[in-house]
Design a protein around this ligand. Structure first.
Ligand SMILES: CC(=O)SCCNC(=O)CCNC(=O)[C@H](O)C(C)(C)COP(=O)(O)OP(=O)(O)OC[C@H]1O[C@@H](n2cnc3c(N)ncnc32)[C@H](O)[C@@H]1OP(=O)(O)O
Ligand SMILES: CC(C)C(=O)C(=O)O
Length: 377
């Protein structure tokens, strides 16, 4: 029985993530990320687009061989026989078939009529099903598709036997309230199939929209590690997982304590740095300098941390600067074996602030040096 509190995590780091300009992973690098995703506990790994290059084909095959027993491995295919066959040749038992449904894509890119697209959806999903595959169908650019036609496309895929329907916000134009309503309508015509969402971050709303999709009834979310992907990226795995777990109390298979290491691995292999302020995995996600915050965190981290760094494998970082207070300074010095009374601490704090006022970064080493000088005088 499928729990209504369970949300499946479909990771597309190795497909949509890798599509971003400048990211071209070797087969070995893709394998290393796939192994980590399996350890992390995602439900589906989209290994790549097998028809796009020999390397992608081999990588998909190898990923499947290594982790296919414990996690669903899928690959992307256009709605044509050739791409689906390439997935089958790679050994896939699950395929993600897509074809766009918006008028702008039909007119300028596919040069097809709506009727032709509906036929293509039916034929390609049926073809993949006739080979025994698990089929997820995506109406690309769903959120700019005229609504009645989108629902018709979804119904067509369901009639053809699709197991899951994924609704992509391909160019990130949704906002959460609209997306919840749209997903509710898709759920209502999908005869109980799992509905999935795939959100891009063009307006910085990918995580919010993914959550909104779940509120509307989606039971699977497409994500990428660190939110890498086309243009402004995809919904970020670490944000979506932690928001679903901590804010909405959903049941997620991902082991949160591996999020930080997973994020570092993907950053290292793709060469894409993790922003300092990135939620959950950024260096400042659990960083504190302001005296009032540091005091609170020393007394009880719950005062200024909505989750603990240990929970996600990250670290708390207490810093010094012009906003520091005496409690934080005392802690930083005591961690280095220096114990001063309040009066002496105030003098050191004053010097710390003066240094910071000149624009210098003040390290724990600086504070130690100031404190020892003060002690010896
Ligand atoms: C929103 C997304 O992320 S969609 C996924 C996008 N990912 C990628 O494109 C990465 C991998 N892509 C590739 O390696 C190449 O683009 C290939 C192998 C798929 C195709 O390469 P080429 O044959 O050289 O074609 P090109 O990429 O220039 O054009 C795309 C063709 O696919 C067609 N097409 C696009 N989407 C679909 C679809 N979902 N179903 C069927 N045909 C499609 C286009 O109409 C165009 O057809 P045409 O050649 O008859 O004009
Ligand atoms: C193939 C689909 C799901 C996609 O990547 C998108 O529309 O962004």
């Amino acid at each position: 029985m499928f729990s209504t509190r369970k949300i499946r995590i479909f990771d597309t780091t190795l497909r949509d993530g890798e599509q971003a300009p400048g990211i071209d992973l070797t087969i070995e690098q893709k394998l290393a990320i796939a192994r980590q995703l399996q350890r992390l506990g995602v439900d589906v790994v989209e290994a790549g687009f097998p028809a796009s290059s020999d390397g992608e084909f081999i990588a998909t095959k190898k990923i499947l061989e290594e982790i296919g027993d414990s996690v669903e491995v899928t690959g992307l295919a256009r709605a044509n026989k050739g791409d689906i066959d390439r997935g089958i040749e790679a050994g896939l038992a699950s395929i993600h078939v897509f074809i766009a449904t918006s008028d702008v894509h039909l007119k300028y890119k596919l040069k097809m009529t709506r009727e032709q697209v509906l036929d293509r959806i039916y034929e390609s999903v049926r073809y993949a099903k006739s080979h025994g595959l698990i089929v997820e169908y995506s109406p690309e650019d769903a959120t700019r598709t005229e609504e009645d036609f989108l629902l018709q496309a979804v119904k067509t895929a369901v009639e053809a036997g699709a197991d899951r329907i994924n609704i992509p916000d391909t160019v990130g134009v949704m906002h959460p309230f609209r997306f919840t309503e749209l997903i509710k309508k898709v759920v209502s015509v999908s005869s109980g199939r799992i509905i999935s969402v795939h959100c891009h971050n063009d307006f910085g709303l990918a995580t919010a929209n993914s959550i909104a999709g779940v509120v509307g009834g989606a039971r699977q979310v497409h994500v990428t590690v660190n939110g890498i992907g086309e243009r402004a990226g995809n919904a970020s795995l670490e944000e979506v997982v932690m928001a679903l777990k901590k804010l909405l109390d959903y049941d997620i298979g991902v082991k949160p304590w591996l999020l930080y290491d997973t994020s570092r691995l993907v950053s290292e292999l793709t060469g894409v740095p993790i922003p300092f302020f990135k939620a959950v995995v950024g260096d400042n996600a659990f960083g504190h300098e302001a005296g009032i915050h540091v005091h609170g965190v020393i007394e009880n981290p719950l005062t200024y941390e909505p989750m603990s760094p240990e929970e996600v494998g990250n670290f708390r970082r207490l810093a010094l600067g012009k906003h520091s207070g005496i409690h934080g300074l005392r802690k930083i010095l005591e961690e280095q074996g220096i114990y001063l009374d309040d009066e002496k601490l105030k003098v050191v704090l004053n010097e710390v602030k003066k240094m910071a006022d000149t624009g210098r970064k003040v390290s724990a080493e600086d504070a130690k040096r100031i404190a020892s000088r003060f002690m010896s005088s």
